[in-house]
Design a protein around this ligand. Structure first.
Ligand code: AMP
Ligand code: TRP
Length: 334
């Protein structure tokens, strides 16, 4: 059976791009195969942050994932910094990662172009990501399209380490994409992303979602209400394909291309479809907010399950690389 691992940064709200590109797929996959999901807080500190905000966001992200349907009886959900083997393996991987491969990463180039002084953590970010995945010897990684380059690097790292220390030990992880692998933001210009301010929050109130949807960009050539539209170039139509039933999607396309509906009519139907998907998630989130212990307890037991796997991997890794099979405390002498 394939082993699944994926991660998400606790860097603010869980938006519908995250949900459609990754998290919804996690919820389906957890029923089919062993799955480990991680709130990657060590990745989040590669950007400036406030410690108290990080603390709150870590909890909020875990709550959002549980509300979205991650089931701790099926999958392991935990926080990266609760399992110190992630950073241990990341250091080891740094010693087999070609610098040129890191410098080629699009995300590194984009982030470093935006900043005057770049911390090494931004460059090494995908090395930690490879450690996350390979610590669990996962072979499949459900993510959005933007992560494929990082996964390619994970394969390079696995191959390099295997060649030197143990052929076949680490699998070469593959990305698992959904049909909604790249959701555009409401500006219709850029990928939906917190940093672009073009998101719909997964837990956002209906009135707030409508306030964003109403002015959202549609087919740029459809200027007057009576102009027929071209659904394929309209971001709202793509969101319909993600949220609305097939029959509705067909109806939307027909109404748009014959100018039967205006864009507002179309957006109202989309808002209803979004509601159908998000109402149960919002309900579960409210219940979890009333019982924060359920979230912290889930993360605690997730961490101990994850750590057991991580320690088993590290015992082998350390042994094959010429170290003692575990740090002193794990060997019972600390
Ligand atoms: P992040 O918020 O960057 O930690 O992303 C968490 C997951 O959501 C990753 O698997 C991303 O690939 C995915 N994701 C983020 N934004 C989008 C988007 N606009 N469309 C599809 N997937 C996305
Ligand atoms: N880099 C991923 C993102 O920004 C988050 C991430 C960290 C991740 N470690 C991972 C995703 C391991 C998949 C597997 O979305």
């Amino acid at each position: 059976m394939p082993r699944i691992f994926s991660g998400i940064q606790p860097s603010g709200e869980l938006h519908v791009g995250n949900y459609l590109g990754a998290v919804k797929n996690w919820v389906e996959l957890q029923r089919l195969t062993p799955a480990v999901f991680c709130v990657v807080d060590y990745h989040a500190i590669t950007a400036p942050y406030e410690p108290e905000v990080l603390r709150a966001r870590r909890h909020e992200m875990a709550l959002g994932l549980l509300a979205a349907g991650i089931d701790p009886d099926l999958a392991t959900l935990f926080v990266q910094s609760d399992v110190p083997e992630h950073t241990e393996l990341a250091w080891i991987f740094n010693t087999v990662t070609p610098l040129g491969e890191l410098e080629r990463q699009t995300q590194y180039k984009e982030k470093s172009a935006r900043q005057e002084s770049v911390v090494a953590g931004i460059l090494n970010y995908p090395v930690l990501q490879a450690a996350d995945i390979l610590l669990y010897r996962a072979d499949q990684v459900p993510v959005g399209e933007d992560q494929l380059q990082h996964l390619e690097l994970s394969r390079v790292i696995a191959r390099r380490w295997n060649a030197q220390f143990g052929e076949g030990f680490f699998p070469e992880p593959q990305g698992l994409l959904t049909p909604t692998r790249r959701i555009m933001g409401l500006d219709g210009q850029a990928k939906m992303s917190k940093s672009m301010g073009n998101t719909i929050g997964m837990l956002e109130a209906p009135a707030d979602i409508w306030a964003k949807l109403r002015p959202a960009v549609t087919d740029p050539k459809r200027i007057k209400r009576t102009d027929p539209g071209t659904p394929e170039v309209c971001n709202i139509y793509h969101l319909h394909k993600a949220f609305s039933p097939e029959a509705t999607v067909a109806h939307v396309a027909q109404q748009c291309s014959t100018a039967g509906w205006g864009c507002i009519d179309c957006k109202k139907v989309l808002a209803e479809s979004i509601e159908v998907e998000l109402v149960p998630i919002r309900g579960r989130a409210e219940a979890l907010r009333a019982e924060p212990r359920r979230v912290t307890d889930t993360l605690a037991s997730g961490a101990s399950k994850a750590r057991a796997i991580a320690q088993e991997t590290m015992r082998e890794v350390r042994d094959r690389m010429g170290f003692a099979p575990g740090p002193a405390d794990v060997r019972g002498i600390g």
